[in-house]
Design a protein around this ligand. Sequence first.
Ligand SMILES: [Cu+2]
Length: 209
Amino acid sequence: MQPSFLHRSLRLLTLACLLVPYTTWAADLTITVTDAAGTPLPDAVVWAEPSGKATLPAPGTAAIEQKNRQFLPLVSVVQTGTSVSFPNRDKVKHHVYSFSPAKTFELKLYSGVPSTPVVFDKAGTVVLGCNIHDQMLAFIRVVDTPYFALSDSTGKATISNVPNGSYTLAVWHYAQSNENTLFEKALGVKADEQTAVKLDINTSALQKR
Ligand SMILES: [Cu+2]
């Protein structure tokens, strides 16, 4: 390599490093979810769906365990196309199923980890149950975006590194009176943003764990 070429390359690299910190390409969206009375709501699913066609990263994998005759976690959010495994950590067998239109399936009475994960290929709400243990209940919200988060015990959810652009921000909670009612709002992402959302929640439908 010619020394002058190396020198020029180093100069360009230095210039690029100087410019990058002054340009924001992505932002963090913080959404605080409460009920109508202002009580923080954990386990709310929030997501930002790109308007129009966007090149999205390929969906990954997720797992929902069965432990002490409960599903863990209670609420999951996955990108459409995600493969989800259902490892059974209990000594008793489970029979996991869903009748939801977004994914109707069953994993007949099994122990350990089923060899084939379930692919969630359609956006929507999937309610999980177990044929043996009626109290077992869990929810999967399947969304057409990799930009999603779940609210914590303070009702706060942060979607990190959302590329600049136009989105629809949506919020869903399993204890909504109508499972299809979503909060939706158009959002132009340019910089970090904070949004507060109040949901019409039936607090008696909140799962105690
Ligand atoms: Cu079970």
